[in-house]
Design a protein around this ligand. Structure first.
Ligand code: NAD
Length: 293
C-alpha cells in the first residue's frame, strides 16, 4: 500500500471502475465508487463480488480475503462521498464533455491536496487538466482491461503535472503489483496508438468482405498468435470506446490513416456496443457467442 494515499475514489462504475476498485481493495485501500445511479453502484458491487467469488472457487484467494476486500468497497450516487478521498480516479465514459462535466462537479468536493486522475484511453491529459482546479495534481493513470488480469498501467503526465503527483501515482500502481510504463501526452498514448488502428483495420477487413468475423479472428489468433481475435477484442473493449479512440487519433493527428471504419460507426449507432450491451461483432445473448456477420 502507498505510504501517502490510503483512500481511493472512483468515478464510473463500469467495467474499468469495477476492476480498479477490486484491485485497489485487494491491496488494502478503502474505496468509494461514484456513478449516476444507485442501480449502477449495486450492479458494480455485484460484479466485483462475482469476480472475487470466482477467484475463491479457483482457489486463488480465500473466502476471508474476498470478504475483507468487499468490506473496503462502498459506493453511492452522491458525489459528496468522494470528499475524504486521497486519490480519485475518473473512469467514466470516453467522452470529453462527460469527463469535463464530472470534473466541474467533483473538484469542489475534493480536499485541496487530493489527486485527481483519469483512466482515459486516448484524450489529452493536458486538455482534461484544464477543466479541473488542480492541473498540477492531475494526470493519466491508464489501466488495461481486464484490470485484475493485465499487468500494465500507463502513466501520463499533463504539461502541468507535478513530480510529487507522478511519484504518488507510481507508488500506488506499484502497490497493486502492476508494472508502470510512461507515455507522453499524445493521442491514445502507447498501447492504444498501436492496438486500435489494428482493430480498426480488422473491421475494414470485415467491411470490405475480405473475411467473415470468424475468419478474421481465427486468422489473427492462429496466424499471429494473438490470444483473442481483433473483433472479439473490440467487443471486449466496447465498440463505443473503440470508436472514440479512433476519432481522437483521427482528429488529434490529422491523418486519414486513422479514419474510423464506417462499419464500426454503424455498430455503435445501432447500440451494438459489444459484450456490455449483449451484441457487437458477436451476439452474446445465447449460450455461446455467435458472429453477427
Ligand atoms: P463503461 O461504459 O463500462 O462504464 C462507464 C461508466 O461511466 C458507466 O457506469 C456510466 O454510468 C458512468 N458514467 C457516465 N457518465 C457519468 C457521470 N457523469 N458521472 C458518473 N459516472 C458516469 O466504460 P469503461 O469501459 O469502464 O471505460 C471507462 C473509461 O476507461 C473510459 O475513459 C475508457 O476509455 C477507459 N478505458 C477503457 C478500457 C476498455 O477496454 N474498456 C481500457 C482502458 C481504459
Amino acid at each position: 500500500m502507498s505510504t501517502v494515499l490510503k483512500t481511493i475514489g472512483i468515478v464510473g462504475a463500469g467495467q474499468m471502475g469495477c476492476g480498479i476498485a477490486q484491485v485497489s481493495a485487494l491491496a488494502g485501500y478503502k474505496v468509494n465508487i461514484y456513478d449516476l445511479s444507485q442501480e449502477r453502484i449495486e450492479s458494480a458491487l455485484a460484479t466485483i463480488n462475482g469476480n472475487l467469488a470466482r477467484q475463491v472457487s479457483a482457489a486463488k484467494m480465500t473466502d476471508d480475503e474476498r470478504k475483507a476486500a468487499l468490506s473496503l468497497i462502498s459506493g453511492s450516487a452522491d458525489v459528496n462521498d468522494l470528499a475524504p478521498m486521497d486519490l480519485v480516479i475518473e473512469a467514466a465514459t470516453e467522452d470529453e464533455s462527460v469527463k469535463r462535466k464530472i470534473y466541474t462537479l467533483v473538484c469542489p468536493v475534493l480536499k485541496p491536496d487530493a489527486i485527481l486522475a483519469t483512466n482515459t484511453s486516448s484524450l489529452s491529459i493536458t486538455r482534461l487538466a484544464s477543466a479541473t482546479d488542480r492541473p498540477e495534481r492531475f494526470m493519466g493513470i491508464h489501466f488495461m482491461n481486464p484490470v485484475p488480469v493485465m499487468k500494465l498501467v500507463e502513466l501520463v503526465r499533463g504539461i502541468a503535472t507535478e513530480e510529487a503527483t507522478f511519484k504518488m501515482a507510481r507508488d500506488y500502481v506499484s502497490s497493486l503489483d502492476k508494472t508502470v510504463t510512461v507515455a507522453e501526452d499524445f493521442p491514445a498514448f502507447i498501447v492504444n496508438r498501436i492496438l486500435l488502428p489494428m482493430i480498426n483495420e480488422a473491421i475494414y477487413t470485415l467491411y470490405e468482405g475480405v473475411g467473415t468475423v470468424d475468419a478474421i479472428d481465427t486468422a489473427m489468433k492462429l496466424g499471429a498468435n494473438h490470444p483473442m481475435g481483433p473483433l472479439q477484442l473490440a467487443d471486449f473493449i466496447g465498440l463505443d470506446t473503440c470508436l472514440s479512440i479512433m476519432q481522437v487519433l483521427h482528429e488529434g493527428l490529422s491523418d486519414s490513416k486513422y479514419r474510423p471504419c464506417p462499419l464500426l460507426v454503424k455498430y455503435v449507432e445501432a447500440g451494438w456496443l459489444g459484450r456490455k450491451s449483449g451484441r457487437g461483432f458477436y451476439d452474446y445473448r445465447g449460450e455461446v457467442p455467435v458472429p453477427t456477420r
